[in-house]
Design a protein around this ligand. Structure first.
Ligand SMILES: NC(=O)c1ccc[n+]([C@@H]2O[C@H](COP(=O)([O-])OP(=O)(O)OC[C@H]3O[C@@H](n4cnc5c(N)ncnc54)[C@H](O)[C@@H]3O)[C@@H](O)[C@H]2O)c1
Length: 249
Protein backbone atom coordinates (compact mmCIF):
# COMPACT_ATOMS: atom_id res chain seq x y z
CA UNK A 1 0.00 0.00 0.00
CA UNK A 2 1.45 3.41 -0.88
CA UNK A 3 1.77 5.84 2.01
CA UNK A 4 -0.47 8.87 1.61
CA UNK A 5 1.42 12.13 1.34
CA UNK A 6 0.39 14.56 4.05
CA UNK A 7 -0.33 18.23 3.50
CA UNK A 8 0.30 21.32 5.60
CA UNK A 9 -0.43 25.05 5.42
CA UNK A 10 2.06 27.25 7.26
CA UNK A 11 1.12 30.91 7.70
CA UNK A 12 3.79 33.60 7.75
CA UNK A 13 6.08 31.21 5.89
CA UNK A 14 7.97 33.74 3.78
CA UNK A 15 10.68 34.23 6.36
CA UNK A 16 11.76 33.64 9.94
CA UNK A 17 10.30 30.78 11.94
CA UNK A 18 7.54 30.10 9.38
CA UNK A 19 10.12 29.51 6.65
CA UNK A 20 12.03 27.11 8.91
CA UNK A 21 8.79 25.29 9.80
CA UNK A 22 7.78 25.03 6.13
CA UNK A 23 11.18 23.65 5.21
CA UNK A 24 11.08 21.14 8.05
CA UNK A 25 7.64 19.81 7.06
CA UNK A 26 8.86 19.53 3.48
CA UNK A 27 11.97 17.61 4.63
CA UNK A 28 9.60 15.32 6.55
CA UNK A 29 7.82 14.46 3.28
CA UNK A 30 4.84 16.82 3.48
CA UNK A 31 3.35 18.81 0.66
CA UNK A 32 3.65 22.36 1.92
CA UNK A 33 1.63 25.50 1.20
CA UNK A 34 3.37 28.69 2.26
CA UNK A 35 0.91 31.46 3.12
CA UNK A 36 2.07 35.02 3.58
CA UNK A 37 1.36 38.63 2.70
CA UNK A 38 4.92 38.89 1.36
CA UNK A 39 4.24 36.66 -1.60
CA UNK A 40 7.54 37.09 -3.50
CA UNK A 41 9.65 35.74 -0.63
CA UNK A 42 7.20 32.90 -0.04
CA UNK A 43 7.31 32.05 -3.74
CA UNK A 44 11.11 32.05 -3.76
CA UNK A 45 11.19 29.58 -0.86
CA UNK A 46 8.49 27.43 -2.44
CA UNK A 47 10.49 27.26 -5.68
CA UNK A 48 13.60 26.34 -3.72
CA UNK A 49 11.71 23.50 -2.04
CA UNK A 50 9.94 22.30 -5.17
CA UNK A 51 10.99 23.59 -8.58
CA UNK A 52 7.89 22.23 -10.30
CA UNK A 53 5.49 23.22 -7.51
CA UNK A 54 4.35 19.65 -6.97
CA UNK A 55 5.27 19.55 -3.28
CA UNK A 56 5.41 23.25 -2.32
CA UNK A 57 3.72 26.42 -3.46
CA UNK A 58 3.10 29.90 -2.09
CA UNK A 59 -0.22 31.62 -1.74
CA UNK A 60 -1.19 35.12 -0.71
CA UNK A 61 -2.79 34.89 2.70
CA UNK A 62 -3.47 37.75 5.07
CA UNK A 63 -4.17 36.06 8.40
CA UNK A 64 -6.28 38.99 9.58
CA UNK A 65 -8.91 38.10 6.94
CA UNK A 66 -11.10 35.07 7.51
CA UNK A 67 -11.92 34.98 3.80
CA UNK A 68 -8.23 34.45 3.04
CA UNK A 69 -8.15 31.34 5.23
CA UNK A 70 -11.23 30.03 3.45
CA UNK A 71 -9.68 30.76 0.05
CA UNK A 72 -6.44 29.04 1.12
CA UNK A 73 -8.40 25.97 2.25
CA UNK A 74 -10.22 25.82 -1.09
CA UNK A 75 -6.99 26.27 -3.08
CA UNK A 76 -5.25 23.49 -1.17
CA UNK A 77 -8.21 21.15 -1.58
CA UNK A 78 -8.34 21.84 -5.29
CA UNK A 79 -4.63 21.27 -5.64
CA UNK A 80 -3.95 18.38 -3.29
CA UNK A 81 -7.37 16.95 -2.43
CA UNK A 82 -6.97 17.04 1.34
CA UNK A 83 -5.29 18.98 4.15
CA UNK A 84 -3.84 17.44 7.30
CA UNK A 85 -2.19 20.26 9.25
CA UNK A 86 -2.45 23.99 9.84
CA UNK A 87 0.40 25.87 11.50
CA UNK A 88 -0.76 29.31 12.66
CA UNK A 89 2.64 30.95 12.71
CA UNK A 90 2.24 34.47 11.29
CA UNK A 91 2.83 37.13 13.87
CA UNK A 92 4.13 40.66 14.24
CA UNK A 93 4.62 43.36 16.81
CA UNK A 94 5.80 46.91 17.18
CA UNK A 95 7.27 47.66 20.57
CA UNK A 96 5.48 50.53 22.29
CA UNK A 97 5.40 51.25 26.05
CA UNK A 98 2.15 49.90 27.47
CA UNK A 99 0.87 53.34 28.53
CA UNK A 100 1.34 54.66 25.00
CA UNK A 101 -0.29 51.93 22.91
CA UNK A 102 -2.93 53.49 20.70
CA UNK A 103 -6.22 51.82 19.85
CA UNK A 104 -5.02 51.38 16.29
CA UNK A 105 -1.73 49.76 17.31
CA UNK A 106 -3.55 47.47 19.74
CA UNK A 107 -5.98 46.40 17.08
CA UNK A 108 -3.26 45.74 14.50
CA UNK A 109 -1.22 43.54 16.82
CA UNK A 110 -4.29 41.70 18.13
CA UNK A 111 -5.44 41.09 14.58
CA UNK A 112 -2.19 39.54 13.35
CA UNK A 113 -1.43 37.50 16.47
CA UNK A 114 -4.83 36.55 17.89
CA UNK A 115 -7.64 37.13 15.40
CA UNK A 116 -5.51 35.06 13.00
CA UNK A 117 -5.61 32.10 15.39
CA UNK A 118 -9.38 32.41 15.79
CA UNK A 119 -9.93 32.50 12.02
CA UNK A 120 -7.42 29.74 11.25
CA UNK A 121 -8.92 27.45 13.89
CA UNK A 122 -12.48 28.23 12.79
CA UNK A 123 -11.96 27.65 9.08
CA UNK A 124 -9.57 24.70 9.27
CA UNK A 125 -11.08 23.30 12.46
CA UNK A 126 -14.43 23.04 10.74
CA UNK A 127 -12.89 21.33 7.72
CA UNK A 128 -10.82 18.95 9.88
CA UNK A 129 -13.86 18.11 12.04
CA UNK A 130 -15.91 17.32 8.94
CA UNK A 131 -13.08 15.13 7.71
CA UNK A 132 -12.61 13.45 11.11
CA UNK A 133 -8.89 14.19 11.35
CA UNK A 134 -6.51 17.11 11.53
CA UNK A 135 -3.82 18.88 13.48
CA UNK A 136 -3.54 22.55 14.35
CA UNK A 137 -0.35 24.00 15.82
CA UNK A 138 -0.45 27.59 17.07
CA UNK A 139 2.81 29.47 17.54
CA UNK A 140 2.39 31.44 20.76
CA UNK A 141 5.17 33.10 22.79
CA UNK A 142 6.71 33.21 26.22
CA UNK A 143 5.39 36.79 26.38
CA UNK A 144 1.86 35.37 26.42
CA UNK A 145 2.69 33.36 29.53
CA UNK A 146 4.82 35.66 31.66
CA UNK A 147 3.44 39.03 30.59
CA UNK A 148 6.85 40.11 29.35
CA UNK A 149 6.36 43.35 27.46
CA UNK A 150 9.75 43.52 25.69
CA UNK A 151 7.88 42.76 22.47
CA UNK A 152 4.89 44.94 23.36
CA UNK A 153 2.10 44.49 25.89
CA UNK A 154 -0.43 44.15 23.07
CA UNK A 155 1.66 41.31 21.65
CA UNK A 156 1.84 39.63 25.07
CA UNK A 157 -1.93 39.94 25.47
CA UNK A 158 -2.53 38.53 21.99
CA UNK A 159 -0.23 35.56 22.59
CA UNK A 160 -1.89 34.88 25.95
CA UNK A 161 -5.18 34.87 24.06
CA UNK A 162 -3.73 32.49 21.46
CA UNK A 163 -2.83 30.01 24.21
CA UNK A 164 -6.37 30.25 25.59
CA UNK A 165 -7.93 29.82 22.15
CA UNK A 166 -5.73 26.75 21.69
CA UNK A 167 -7.41 25.19 24.74
CA UNK A 168 -10.90 26.26 23.66
CA UNK A 169 -10.54 24.76 20.18
CA UNK A 170 -8.75 21.69 21.58
CA UNK A 171 -11.83 20.94 23.72
CA UNK A 172 -14.25 21.75 20.95
CA UNK A 173 -12.60 19.64 18.26
CA UNK A 174 -11.22 16.71 20.27
CA UNK A 175 -14.23 14.47 19.63
CA UNK A 176 -13.74 14.84 15.88
CA UNK A 177 -10.19 13.50 15.76
CA UNK A 178 -8.68 16.98 15.64
CA UNK A 179 -5.97 18.19 18.02
CA UNK A 180 -4.97 21.77 18.70
CA UNK A 181 -1.72 22.59 20.47
CA UNK A 182 0.50 25.60 21.02
CA UNK A 183 4.25 26.05 21.08
CA UNK A 184 5.48 28.89 23.22
CA UNK A 185 9.04 29.94 22.38
CA UNK A 186 11.27 32.34 24.22
CA UNK A 187 13.65 34.53 22.17
CA UNK A 188 14.84 32.63 19.11
CA UNK A 189 17.98 32.92 17.03
CA UNK A 190 16.15 34.44 14.07
CA UNK A 191 16.74 37.44 11.77
CA UNK A 192 13.87 39.46 13.25
CA UNK A 193 15.44 39.27 16.72
CA UNK A 194 18.86 40.44 15.51
CA UNK A 195 17.28 43.17 13.36
CA UNK A 196 14.93 44.55 15.98
CA UNK A 197 17.02 44.32 19.17
CA UNK A 198 20.21 46.42 19.51
CA UNK A 199 23.32 44.21 19.96
CA UNK A 200 24.04 45.36 23.54
CA UNK A 201 20.42 44.79 24.57
CA UNK A 202 20.47 41.35 22.96
CA UNK A 203 23.58 40.46 24.95
CA UNK A 204 21.73 41.43 28.13
CA UNK A 205 18.75 39.33 27.11
CA UNK A 206 20.94 36.31 26.41
CA UNK A 207 22.77 36.76 29.72
CA UNK A 208 19.37 36.60 31.46
CA UNK A 209 18.39 33.28 29.84
CA UNK A 210 19.31 30.40 32.18
CA UNK A 211 20.77 28.27 29.36
CA UNK A 212 22.73 31.30 28.12
CA UNK A 213 21.66 31.26 24.47
CA UNK A 214 18.83 32.04 22.08
CA UNK A 215 16.46 29.26 21.05
CA UNK A 216 16.73 27.24 17.86
CA UNK A 217 14.01 27.77 15.26
CA UNK A 218 14.74 24.33 13.84
CA UNK A 219 13.88 22.76 17.17
CA UNK A 220 10.55 24.63 17.25
CA UNK A 221 9.90 23.31 13.75
CA UNK A 222 10.72 19.78 14.88
CA UNK A 223 8.14 20.10 17.66
CA UNK A 224 5.54 21.31 15.15
CA UNK A 225 6.22 18.25 12.98
CA UNK A 226 6.01 16.02 16.04
CA UNK A 227 2.67 17.52 17.16
CA UNK A 228 1.35 17.07 13.62
CA UNK A 229 2.12 13.38 13.30
CA UNK A 230 -0.63 10.80 13.32
CA UNK A 231 0.61 9.31 16.61
CA UNK A 232 0.34 12.66 18.46
CA UNK A 233 -3.40 12.34 19.10
CA UNK A 234 -3.08 12.31 22.89
CA UNK A 235 -1.33 15.69 22.95
CA UNK A 236 -4.21 18.14 22.93
CA UNK A 237 -4.69 21.64 24.29
CA UNK A 238 -1.07 21.68 25.41
CA UNK A 239 1.35 24.57 25.37
CA UNK A 240 4.89 23.38 24.71
CA UNK A 241 7.29 25.73 26.55
CA UNK A 242 10.68 26.25 24.89
CA UNK A 243 12.31 29.16 26.65
CA UNK A 244 15.73 28.15 27.95
CA UNK A 245 14.43 28.10 31.51
CA UNK A 246 13.14 31.69 31.51
CA UNK A 247 9.71 30.54 32.64
CA UNK A 248 8.93 27.35 34.51
CA UNK A 249 5.53 26.21 35.71
N1 LIG B 1 11.43 35.36 16.86
C1 LIG B 1 11.21 35.01 18.13
O1 LIG B 1 12.12 35.07 18.99
C2 LIG B 1 9.86 34.52 18.53
C3 LIG B 1 9.65 34.15 19.86
C4 LIG B 1 8.40 33.70 20.26
C5 LIG B 1 7.38 33.60 19.34
N2 LIG B 1 7.62 33.96 18.04
C6 LIG B 1 6.50 33.84 17.11
O2 LIG B 1 6.92 33.11 15.97
C7 LIG B 1 6.15 33.51 14.85
C8 LIG B 1 7.07 33.87 13.70
O3 LIG B 1 7.84 35.00 14.09
P1 LIG B 1 9.24 35.36 13.42
O4 LIG B 1 10.19 35.61 14.51
O5 LIG B 1 9.57 34.37 12.38
O6 LIG B 1 8.84 36.78 12.77
P2 LIG B 1 9.13 37.37 11.31
O7 LIG B 1 8.72 38.79 11.39
O8 LIG B 1 10.51 37.06 10.87
O9 LIG B 1 8.15 36.55 10.37
C9 LIG B 1 6.76 36.72 10.44
C10 LIG B 1 6.15 36.32 9.11
O10 LIG B 1 4.74 36.56 9.21
C11 LIG B 1 4.32 37.25 8.06
N3 LIG B 1 3.13 38.07 8.34
C12 LIG B 1 3.03 39.21 9.05
N4 LIG B 1 1.77 39.66 9.05
C13 LIG B 1 1.05 38.78 8.30
C14 LIG B 1 -0.30 38.71 7.91
N5 LIG B 1 -1.19 39.63 8.27
N6 LIG B 1 -0.69 37.65 7.17
C15 LIG B 1 0.18 36.70 6.78
N7 LIG B 1 1.49 36.73 7.10
C16 LIG B 1 1.92 37.75 7.86
C17 LIG B 1 5.50 38.13 7.67
O11 LIG B 1 5.42 38.54 6.32
C18 LIG B 1 6.67 37.17 7.94
O12 LIG B 1 6.93 36.34 6.84
C19 LIG B 1 5.27 34.66 15.32
O13 LIG B 1 3.99 34.19 15.67
C20 LIG B 1 5.99 35.16 16.54
O14 LIG B 1 5.15 35.83 17.42
C21 LIG B 1 8.82 34.41 17.62
Amino acid sequence: MTKQIRTVLVTGAARGLGAVVARRFHDAGYQVALGDIVIEEAQALARELSTDGSSAFALKLDVTAKADFAAARDTLLERWGSIDVLVNNAGASKVVPVMEITAEQFEQVINVNLRSVLYGCQVFGQYFAHRGAGRIVNIASLAGQNGGSATGAHYAAAKGGAITLTKVFARDLAAYGVTVNAISPGPLDLPVVHESVPADKLEQIIAGIPVGKLGSATYIADIAVLLACAEAGFANGACWDVNGGLYMR
